[in-house]
Design a protein around this ligand. Structure first.
Ligand SMILES: N[C@@H](CCC(=O)N[C@@H](CS)C(=O)NCC(=O)O)C(=O)O
Length: 319
């Protein structure tokens, strides 16, 4: 994975994201401005970024679960018309995330050929990882954020439409689940898949399944994680569930159980998948090709497995 150092993109990261004990450590997001209803500054970063239809753009990649979260927020908040999107080609290259000249993986907004060119516009001497998602302000020509958690929160609060993803009365519960799901599931599967020691892998993989087991129990008593309403923590969980059996189970060695082995969780995942518009945000074949792309540590020959066959359209029986 690449890194930008003082404005220069390096295909090989001189400081890989691994701690001394073999644990994968995700780099901190660097661009933390906020869109707000009236343009007042948010919890971090610059102000003046007012919620306006047609002003913002999301740079995404189909295979990235963090980008998927931002994409789902746009869908659930009914912001498809208000916020445009472009998708980087779903493959790793020497140039990191790239855009093609035309077609479905082109960038019609800035006309760049690689995502690092967008980061160079943020700061010519930019230093940091070049990640999706990026939320872009087309009016000012500045990046708003490259942190999916912030993007979900700001789109929810700033635009007065769609369901509330962070209802006040459930805030504490949502934060509790969000914290646990981020550490042990969303990032947990990466900590298992990118671990460089047996101990680091063991720690991560058991945490993944402890949390999935707890969620299975929770979904035996409530429809969604915090009760009867679909909220931000359900939205946070879904991108990882969508990739679980097709990619993480095998490619990241998260194979104690499959999503399909959890009756409540599997029905819940299918219910979300079958909500209007959600299936159009999912690309199983791209996930498989992406997670099994050639990697010297995990899959040196880049052979992509044929299975599994999964029926996401099977009835969820949760009415
Ligand atoms: N903190 C970021 C993480 C985003 C992230 O790690 N994106 C990955 C794709 S799944 C990426 O673009 N990685 C490229 C790299 O690290 O070189 C967020 O949640 O928005």
């Amino acid at each position: 994975m690449g890194l930008m150092l003082n404005g220069i993109y390096l295909a090989e990261d001189p400081q890989p994201d691994t701690r001394e004990d073999g644990e994968f450590q995700r780099a901190k997001s660097t661009i933390r401005n906020w869109i707000t209803k009236d343009g007042a500054p948010g919890p971090t970063g610059e102000g003046g970024l007012t919620a306006q239809a047609g002003r913002y753009h999301l740079f995404l990649a189909w295979n990235c679960p963090w980008a998927h979260r931002a994409f789902l927020t746009r869908l659930f908040k009914g912001l498809e018309e208000a916020t445009s999107v472009s998708f980087a080609a779903p493959r790793r290259t020497e140039d990191g995330w790239i855009f093609e000249k035309s077609g479905q993986y082109s960038d019609g907004v800035l006309g760049v050929s690689a995502l690092h060119e967008i980061y160079a516009r943020v700061e010519p001497a930019y230093t940091g990882r070049i990640t999706v998602p990026v939320l872009w302000d087309m009016e000012r020509g500045v990046a708003v954020s490259n942190e999916s958690a912030d993007i979900v929160q700001m789109l929810d609060a700033a635009f007065d439409q769609g369901p509330e993803l962070f209802p006040d009365d459930l805030l504490q519960e949502i934060e509790r689940w969000n914290e646990c799901i981020y550490r042990t599931v969303n990032n947990g599967v990466y900590r298992a898949g990118f671990a460089r020691t047996q101990e680091a892998y063991d720690r991560a993989v058991h945490e993944v399944f402890e949390t999935l087991d707890a969620i299975e129990d929770q979904l035996g008593t409530t429809r969604y994680l915090t009760g009867e309403r679909f909220t931000a923590c359900d939205l946070r969980l879904f991108p990882t569930l969508a990739r679980f059996d097709v990619a993480y189970h095998y490619a990241f060695k998260c194979n104690i159980r499959r999503l399909q082995d959890y009756p409540n969780l599997w029905a819940y995942a299918r219910e979300i998948y079958q909500m209007p518009g959600v299936a159009d945000t999912v690309r199983f074949e791209i996930y498989k090709a992406g997670y099994f792309s050639p990697s010297p540590l995990r899959n040196p020959l880049g052979i992509v497995p044929a299975g599994p066959i999964i029926n996401w359209n099977q009835s969820h029986n949760r009415n």
